[in-house]
Design a binder for this molecule. Structure first.
Ligand code: FAD
Length: 491
């Protein structure tokens, strides 16, 4: 007899279910971990444990590892530490994390055979690469008559569950957010009490490199960060303080969310949902909504990973001057706030959101460099580097994305810095050669006269670069180029 062992789910995930062809007395399920490095609030692991034996698997995918977007030393160290934490948590429950290397469809085929698994389960993933990879895996497993069970990705709402009135999702954030905030936050799902399964050999994680991560990894570290953010008062002050560059007023949860060491729902419950939130907590919850919006947007429009969402701005003429790109990347543009942001990124694997916007705008609209080049640099350094959020942030800033604001919004780096770093604390921290510059000139050191420069211990052009471009001039050129692209498109 062929038992229909699995109740069919709804939506896109249901379409991925195959019927079990055989069921041993204790069925074995492979749990394929990807961006879900936790054991609680993990529907795939819970499902597998409820069926019988489990093999918990991590696949080192050579194709993914070779991609430029995934070459970040910082992020790999953090990932490795997260995998160690996951292994420890799983061992505490009774099984190790087995690491194998190779193309996922091949590895899964082998492990299925090795342990006579009749099902494979994973948490869904929406990046274009992840989807292609998963389709290939499903094809191979279907050929082997193995059941595939795809569970929630860790987003509060999966893209297929929020189709919008067009059926093709939302193009604009505000209507999306109105529906999203009404979504109930699911109850906590504890880790399985005990896991058992066959012992099989595994490999090590050396291809990820070694070295200390810049940040503690794993769900315990994520929980500590959430607790500190809330108990320390930052969540309640978030609406007022989040843009202050010099303050440590944001949650730093990005890397944990990136690798599923925590979920949106876990953060929501910690904030006090369901229930009324203070204005600060509400503003913070809204940022998590931005995250989900970006994920939905990329899932529904995978082509934006490579080109502008707005077709009329797909062919802006860029300079892409390598010297300019290098000056920006290394934090020596002569614009203090830009240099502070880029140095913060390279040294700490993180950059303040406001600085991300200012630095991205500067690359695109002052240095006339294609936003995709900046997107890649960010991905190579950010601990929270994420294809959906990063692409969303870059296209938003470049004016080519979903944002309703037009492309002619150009950030003035000096005005932005004066507004969000009025005393220059952020700049002095990351650009120490400007430490002695008085507040009045901290964002425009080139305006000091010779005596003032001597007194500040910072001679512009010697100790710190003169501005590499003139902002107002470049702004004009950028707007002309955008206009020309839009005109050419409309014919
Ligand atoms: P908090 O302010 O504490 O916010 C909490 C969480 O909400 C964040 O961790 C993040 O998951 C989410 N979030 C906050 N703001 C945004 C936003 N604007 N868009 C989407 N999600 C948001 N975020 C990434 O997670 N990965 C990226 O690769 C990334 N690249 C970006 C590139 C550019 C050019 C820009 C302008 C923004 C980018 N962001 C990215 C969004 C945002 O800057 C970071 O999420 C945030 O700075 C991370 O710090 P935090 O965890 O302290 O954020």
């Amino acid at each position: 007899m062929v038992p229909e062992a699995v109740p069919r789910a709804t939506g896109r995930r249901a379409a991925r279910c195959f019927t079990l062809s055989a069921m041993a007395s204790t069925p074995t399920t492979i749990v394929w971990f990807r961006r879900d490095l936790r054991v609680a609030d993990h529907p795939a692991l819970t499902w597998a444990a409820s069926r019988g034996d489990v093999v918990c698997l991590w696949i080192l995918d050579p194709d993914l590892l070779s991609r430029r977007h995934h070459q970040s030393v910082h992020r790999r160290r953090f990932l490795r530490a997260g995998l160690d934490a996951l292994d420890e948590a799983l061992r505490g429950l009774g099984v190790p994390l087995v690491v194998r290397r190779g193309p996922p469809h091949r590895v899964l085929e082998e492990v299925v055979e090795e342990v006579a698994a009749d099902a494979v389960t994973w948490s869904d993933e929406h990046s274009p690469y992840g989807r292609r990879r998963d389709d290939r895996v499903r094809e191979v497993l279907a050929g082997a008559d193995v059941h595939v069970e795809v569970k929630s990705s860790g987003l509060l709402v999966e893209p297929e569950d929020l189709p919008g009135s067009s059926g093709n999702g939302y193009r604009v954030f505000t209507p999306f957010s109105k529906v999203w905030v009404e979504t109930p936050v699911p109850a906590h799902e504890p880790a399985p009490r005990r896991l058992s399964g066959p012992e099989i050999p595994g490999e090590d994680l050396d291809p990820l490199g070694d070295g200390e991560p810049l940040l503690d990894a794993g769900p315990d570290a994520a929980r500590a960060a959430i607790v500190e953010f809330i108990r320390g008062g930052s969540a309640d002050a978030y609406d007022e303080a989040r843009d202050a560059l010099a303050e440590d007023a944001t949650s730093r949860l990005g890397p944990y969310l990136r690798f599923g060491m925590c979920t949106t729902a876990q953060v929501g419950r910690a904030l006090g949902l369901p229930g009324d939130l203070s204005p600060g907590r509400r503003a913070f919850w809204r940022q998590l909504c931005w995250r989900e919006f970006s994920h939905h947007h990329l899932a529904r429009n995978p082509e934006v990973a490579r080109r502008a969402f707005q077709p009329q701005l797909a062919d802006v003429e860029w300079d892409n001057d390598p010297d300019m790109v290098a000056a920006w990347t290394e934090g020596r543009t002569g614009y203090p706030v830009i240099d502070a942001g880029m140095r913060q990124l390279r040294q700490s694997g993180w950059m303040h959101n406001r600085a991300r916007m200012i630095c991205a705008s500067f690359l695109v609209k002052d240095l006339l460099v294609d936003w995709r080049i900046g997107e890649r640099v960010f991905m190579q350094h950010l601990l929270d580097g994420d294809p959906a959020n990063n692409n969303g942030g870059w296209q938003w800033t470049a004016g080519t994305g979903t944002d309703a604001a037009p492309y002619f919004r150009v950030f003035n780096p000096t005005r932005q810095a004066q507004r969000f770093d009025p005393e220059g604390g952020y700049v002095r921290r990351w650009v120490p050669e400007l430490a002695g510059v008085p507040d009045r000139y901290i964002h425009e050191p080139w305006k000091m006269n010779d005596d003032q420069q001597q007194e500040a211990g910072c001679v512009v052009g010697t100790d710190y670069p003169a501005p590499i471009v003139d902002h107002l001039e470049q702004r004009g050129v950028a707007l002309e180029r955008y206009r020309a692209a839009a005109d050419a498109h409309t014919g």
